[in-house]
Design a protein. Structure first.
Length: 342
């Protein structure tokens, strides 16, 4: 278990995976719409009870997938065996066993750590409800869909964006009454949260993003740090304990104590913290360093240590991510997940 956890942390920190010439993945390649692989082709690799989603390429990669004569897969790094045995897991829509949709990639809210290419943010076309329902139907015909989730950029106003998410949630709820539905939304008023709940969502993610307000001001200059906390407090009126979550990005210049303090603050509010390492790529490197982020990503040891703080905070407050059935905790592909991975 310990070796597998370290290997997962190394994969999270590391670069992409080069596929062998002529090799066809046993399932379709995912085009990620959010998260660390946003805007790139990616595949989910499983090993020893863990899974990680990685960008894939035919040309280059820090890791290399190799195929044995019997068809079994292994992964190499620097010419040495990294994982003796791996499997490629199918993806429904963005995640294994989940259909996750970004309704609109455009956003008036800039974030230095966004992994989206700038042209995708500028030119993304909004998804219609009819198209979303067709995509869910297509996915359900091919595989079991355990949950559906929605996120969106804020391309015009927050209220209009919430309306679009509510419309999509209500359509899914009508067609799939027992489906677990999650939303990841930027909200500014309690009534917007109420509308998302009334539309039929079961779980919500409202992101604080950074561990300190001064870092947030540099990384997310268009949003207010304390608003996220106040909205999470309000969300407790509408969502059950364990059904609220929030992203905390680390590797932006914060200290371990900063992380420990924000984890405690969120868990005291019955909010599950999603602890995510910053991903630096060709699209965001200049923005990140310009906003004050270190040029080097966090070490594997720091990732393991901060994840232990995350688990301790959850345990103290009776929170378990295994009860959150949408988005990141259920996907398990981009972070170390307490109580599931370790």
């Amino acid at each position: 278990m310990e070796e597998g956890l370290t290997r997962k942390a190394e994969l999270i920190r590391g670069g992409g995976v080069r596929l062998p010439e002529g090799y066809q993945l046993p399932c379709r390649i995912s085009h990620s719409i959010a998260g660390p692989c946003a805007g790139r082709e990616a595949a989910v690799f499983a090993f020893g009870g863990f899974r990680v989603k990685k960008p894939v390429s035919r040309d280059e990669g820090e890791f290399e997938l190799r195929v044995a004569e019997d068809g079994s897969l292994s992964m190499y790094r620097g010419g040495e065996v990294f994982l003796e045995s791996v499997q490629v897991q199918p993806v429904v829509r963005h995640c294994p066993e989940q259909a996750v949709f970004c309704l609109d990639t455009r956003s008036i809210h800039r974030r230095a750590f966004s992994t989206h290419p700038e042209d995708l943010l500028a030119e993304g076309k909004p998804l219609t409800v009819d198209r979303i329902m067709a995509m869910i139907s297509e996915s359900a015909a091919e595989a079991k869909v355990k949950s559906v989730s929605f996120t969106s950029g804020v391309s015009d106003t927050v209220d209009a964006t919430v309306d679009r998410i509510c419309e999509a949630v209500a359509a899914v709820r009508e067609s799939y009454p027992k489906m677990t539905i999650g939303v990841e939304a930027y909200v500014e008023q309690a009534e917007q949260i109420a509308r998302l709940r009334e539309a039929g969502s079961n779980e919500i993610k409202i992101n604080v993003d950074c561990a300190r307000p001064d870092i947030h001001e540099r990384m997310c200059p268009d949003t207010d740090y304390e608003t996220a906390f106040s909205m999470l407090k309000e969300a407790n009126q509408y969502y059950k304990k364990g059904k609220l979550a929030s992203n905390v990005i680390y590797g932006l210049g914060e200290t371990d104590q900063d992380i420990d303090m924000v984890l405690e603050r969120l868990c005291r509010m019955n909010v599950l913290p999603v602890l995510r390492m910053v991903r630096m790529n060709d699209f965001n490197r200049e923005r990140l360093i310009g906003a004050g982020a270190p040029a080097e990503p966090p070490t594997v040891l720091r990732t393991l240590f901060l994840s232990s703080l995350q688990k301790s905070a959850m345990k103290r407050h009776g929170l378990n991510p295994e009860r959150f059935h949408c988005m990141c905790f259920s996907c398990q592909c981009c972070d170390l997940v307490p109580f599931t991975d370790f």
